[in-house]
Structures are given as structure tokens and as C-alpha cells.
Design a protein around this ligand. Structure first.
Ligand code: PRP
Length: 179
């Protein structure tokens, strides 16, 4: 499998900075609670919250979507709940990727039932053409078409999450390099 770089570390840093400026402006007078979706969002979330110029609290949830590493079955479950109460809070969910939309639809519905003051979603990558349910994020880092991507938190069978760039996986070769 060859990994072909589609977003370099410098491009990612620049885009995260733009998102952070937009989000900082939107939440300047609000008490922001950022909730990351484990595991994939951990690197994006760490960079994003450090680029904000407003204070925030952070928490995490964990979702399990059942299926193989590259094909979702459509079943989603919350396997770790947020620990900070969200009722009345301005909540920003941070996710690494939106694919079918099933995970975030499930999570947004779940968190809405706790009556946050506001609830928005920031996704690092939006694969818009892959939706099985309609879902629109409020902030998106990069939009792309189909293709299996790894790096910057995203994995293939739990590997490649720590690559500083995002790569698309090209199947059909034994070459494991990043190009
Ligand atoms: C990925 C990603 C989203 C979900 C998006 O999680 O982090 O949560 O899939 O796909 P969907 O829009 O089709 O629901 P994954 O199950 O790979 O777990 P991970 O975050 O631990 O890598």
C-alpha cells in the first residue's frame, strides 16, 4: 500500500489556524466546551484548541461504529460519555472525519437530548459524497471525494494515526512508503 500525501503538515497547520480564528470569533463571549470524538479526533482537537485565542474546557466521547476498518455497518454506539455536564453549555463537537454521517447524526441527537445552549460540529475532513444520512458540519477543514485516508489521527487498522500529514491509501502494492 502506497500512502500518497494529500494534505501536508504545513497545509494542515494553516487550515487549522483559519478554523481556530473563525471559531474564536464565534465563541468570544461564550463559555465554550469542546468535545472531541475519540480516537480519531485527538490530534486535530489538540492542535485546534491550542490555536484558539479564547479559553475553553475540553472533554471527550468515544463512539464505536461497527464493521470492518474501511466499511461501516451503520450501527453506532456511545462507548464513553462526556464527563462535563453539557446542559446549558455552548458545545463544539470536534471530529476527524465525516463519511456516511451516521456517527455524527447519532452523536448530535444524543447530545441534543441534554439541552446544550448551542451545539455545533467542526470536522477536519468532510467526505461529502459518501453520506448515507444528511449531515452538515458547521466548520470543515478539508472537503474531499471518496478515498481511504490516514494520518493526523486517522487510522487504517489502528496504524498511521501519528503521521503529521494526511495520506490517501493506494491499494495493490506491497510498498509501505509515504510519497
Ligand atoms: C471514524 C471517524 C468518525 C466516523 C465517521 O471513526 O472518527 O467517528 O468514523 O464515519 P461515518 O460518518 O461513516 O459514521 P472510527 O470508527 O474509524 O473510529 P476512530 O475514531 O477510533 O478511528
Amino acid at each position: 500500500m502506497v500512502r500518497e500525501i494529500i494534505y501536508t503538515a504545513d497545509e494542515i497547520k494553516a487550515r487549522v489556524g483559519e478554523l481556530a480564528r473563525e471559531i474564536s470569533a464565534a465563541y468570544r463571549d461564550k463559555d465554550l466546551l469542546v468535545i472531541g470524538v475519540l480516537k480519531g479526533a485527538f490530534i486535530f482537537m489538540a492542535d485546534l484548541v491550542r490555536a484558539l485565542d479564547i479559553p475553553c474546557q475540553v472533554d471527550f466521547v468515544r463512539l464505536a461504529s461497527y464493521g470492518t476498518s474501511s466499511v461501516s455497518s451503520g450501527r453506532v454506539a456511545l462507548t464513553k460519555e462526556a464527563e462535563i455536564p453539557i446542559t446549558g453549555r455552548h458545545v463544539l463537537i470536534v471530529e476527524d472525519i465525516i463519511d456516511t454521517g451516521l456517527s455524527l447524526s447519532f452523536l448530535v441527537n444524543n447530545l441534543r437530548s441534554c439541552n446544550p445552549a448551542s451545539l455545533r460540529v467542526c470536522a477536519f475532513i468532510d467526505k461529502r459524497t459518501r453520506r448515507k444520512v444528511a449531515f452538515e458540519a458547521d466548520y470543515v477543514g478539508f472537503s474531499m471525494d471518496d478515498g481511504f485516508v490516514v494520518g493526523y489521527g486517522l487510522d487504517y487498522d489502528e496504524r498511521d494515526r501519528c503521521l503529521p500529514c494526511v495520506c490517501i491509501i493506494k491499494e495493490g502494492t506491497d510498498d509501505c512508503s509515504v510519497q
